[in-house]
Design a protein around this ligand. Structure first.
Ligand code: A2P
Length: 280
């Protein structure tokens, strides 16, 4: 079941769960945990230039010994590199740091927003133009965005190649229904970063109760809820037992009642980083 994939709008297959590398310390730790995660069965590795660990992540990928074509490697263009030329440069830097000759998915990390730039929409379109070229040149198998609300996506959806993925902050305490609904309607696959709310989910009483019922951990309940919503969770852990545990979510199913109970929880998982108001 963990081998299961979705087809993106261009037919490229993407695993239903991935391994996150945000906040993973650079160096030996990143190298070891990525190697371990791949050996445990993760096939999607979610990286980004701004995580400042791509060289180590790349070493971990190599150390795993798994053939490149069986892996799905993602990176992201950081905010300071928005724009046409700079996006291309950033792409090749990530490619080199990761030690790869193509990526499976390249994403715009955050959309430019109206609070920061009068011409925010133009900036996003320029960045996207570079993404389209990289895609057409075959350097990357799929392209997408992160942290986009429907109004950020609107003009990109009118361009020659449309975003195939939107990676957003998503967990039982931060469900962003308008964005998820918009993406589903428009053939954009949603990925969930901070699927455990970077830890904020773990002591929620309702989730603890549900976890007890299924004899699973709260982390596993969060990941299962995300998977049943057909969103791709990207849990991060540097702890070997948790890396394994987070993949062990395919032998049970949450009932519709429990799914609904989670859907009705008050919001308690938001990091506070609103794509419309961030200043970085
Ligand atoms: P660690 O990396 O020390 O194992 P998110 O994926 O939402 O960003 O959450 C990551 C945080 O949750 C990290 O602090 C990570 O700790 C912790 N974490 C990851 N998996 C589990 C788990 N199965 N149980 C408890 N904590 C976890």
């Amino acid at each position: 079941m963990e081998d299961k994939t979705y087809k993106l709008s261009n037919g490229v297959e993407i695993p239903v769960i991935g391994y996150g590398t945000w906040q993973t310390p650079d160096g030996e730790t990143a190298e070891k945990v990525v190697d371990l995660a791949i050996k445990d069965g993760y096939r999607l590795i979610d990286a980004a230039a701004v995580y400042k660990n791509e060289e180590s992540v790349g070493k971990g990928i190599k150390a795993s010994g798994i053939p490149r074509e069986e892996l799905f490697i993602t990176s992201k263009v950081w905010n300071k590199d928005r724009g046409y030329e700079t996006t291309k440069k950033a792409f090749y830097k990530s490619l080199e740091d990761l030690g790869l000759d193509y990526l499976d998915l390249y994403l715009i990390h955050w959309p430019a927003n109206a609070k920061q730039f009068e011409n925010w929409d133009e900036i996003n379109k320029e960045t996207w133009r570079a993404m389209i070229e990289l895609y057409k040149e075959g350097k990357v198998r799929a392209i997408g965005v992160c942290n986009c609300k429907p109004h950020h996506l609107k003009s990109l959806m009118e361009m020659e190649v449309k975003p195939m993925v939107n990676q957003i902050e998503y967990n039982p305490g931060n469900r962003q229904p308008e964005t998820v609904e918009y993406c589903k309607k428009n053939g954009i696959r949603v990925e969930a970063y901070s699927p455990l709310g970077t830890g904020r989910m773990l002591d929620n009483p309702a989730l603890l109760e549900i976890a007890k019922k299924y004899q699973k951990s709260v982390a596993q309940i969060c990941l299962r809820w995300i998977i049943q919503n057909e969103v791709i969770p990207l849990p991060k852990s540097i702890t070997p037992s948790r890396i394994k545990q987070n993949l062990d979510v395919f032998d049970f199913e949450l009932t519709p009642e429990d799914m609904e109970r989670i859907n009705e929880l008050p919001d308690f998982g938001f990091s506070g980083n609103d794509p419309d108001t961030i200043t970085f």
